[in-house]
Ligand binder design. Structure first.
Ligand code: G3P
Length: 218
């Protein structure tokens, strides 16, 4: 399973990248706002750190302007993956960006299996179902991941399932059990994956016993 980090915070990306936890990055207009930077500059800084796909989102809602924006974003770096919304114009842009610009496309704001089917048919590299936001409505976001997995496997669609709006470590585990290709999570959630109280307790005991031996390894 690939781990993408869902942030436009360059410092966080650098730190997580050093830990080997970053296979790619996803950003969106809200995350760019939070970063306080200009989308082209922030995206360039991220692409200088990360070799894998870095999603940068168009903000236009109509096809011609989406393509104009996609061209600007694509120029930033070779690993920029253009993110488009799951609308009819977005799906049309997905096809054009894949065929004419030869770029990866991440189709975002997916909330149903049929939407995911349309994205696969449009040649999306990634589909981004927002599990946390589905949970917020009282439904189960992970059911959607299972449905998409089944549909994509039924037809051998190469579109990768990028589980997004991940809020908890349990979302990561469930997505992995179902066989999602990618999760994108905020830095805090990625860091939390390593935590277990028995690991902390066990390590403290080993360190205390080791001190009593009076030995040094190096
Ligand atoms: O990956 C999509 C993500 O940025 C949305 O997350 O927590 O705002 O639903 P959230």
């Amino acid at each position: 399973m690939k781990f993408f980090v869902d942030t436009a915070d360059v410092k966080e990306i650098k730190e997580l990248h050093q830990l080997g936890l970053v296979d790619g990055v996803t950003t969106n207009p809200s995350l760019i706002l939070k970063s306080g930077g200009k989308i082209t500059e922030v995206t360039k800084q991220i692409c200088d750190i990360v070799e894998g796909p870095v999603s940068a989102e168009v903000v236009a809602t109509e096809f011609p302007q989406m393509i104009k924006e996609a061209k600007v974003l694509a120029k930033i770096a070779k690993n920029v993956c253009i993110k488009v919304p799951l609308t009819l114009d977005g799906l049309r842009a997905c096809r054009a960006i894949r065929n004419d610009l030869g770029r990866m496309v991440n189709v975002t704001l997916c909330f149903s299996a049929n939407q995911a089917l349309l994205a696969a048919k449009a040649g999306a590299s990634f589909i981004s179902p927002f599990v946390g936001r589905i949970d917020d409505t009282g439904s189960d976001g992970m059911e959607l991941i299972s449905e998409i997995r089944q549909i994509y496997d039924n037809y051998d669609y190469p579109t990768e399932i990028l589980t997004a709006s991940v809020r908890t470590v349990n979302h990561v585990k469930q997505a992995a059990l179902i066989g999602a290709d990618v999760i994108t999570a905020p830095p805090a959630t990625l860091r939390a994956l390593v935590s277990h109280p028995l690991t902390d307790k066990g390590l403290a005991a080993f360190i205390a016993d080791w001190a009593k031996t009076g030995q040094k390894i190096a």
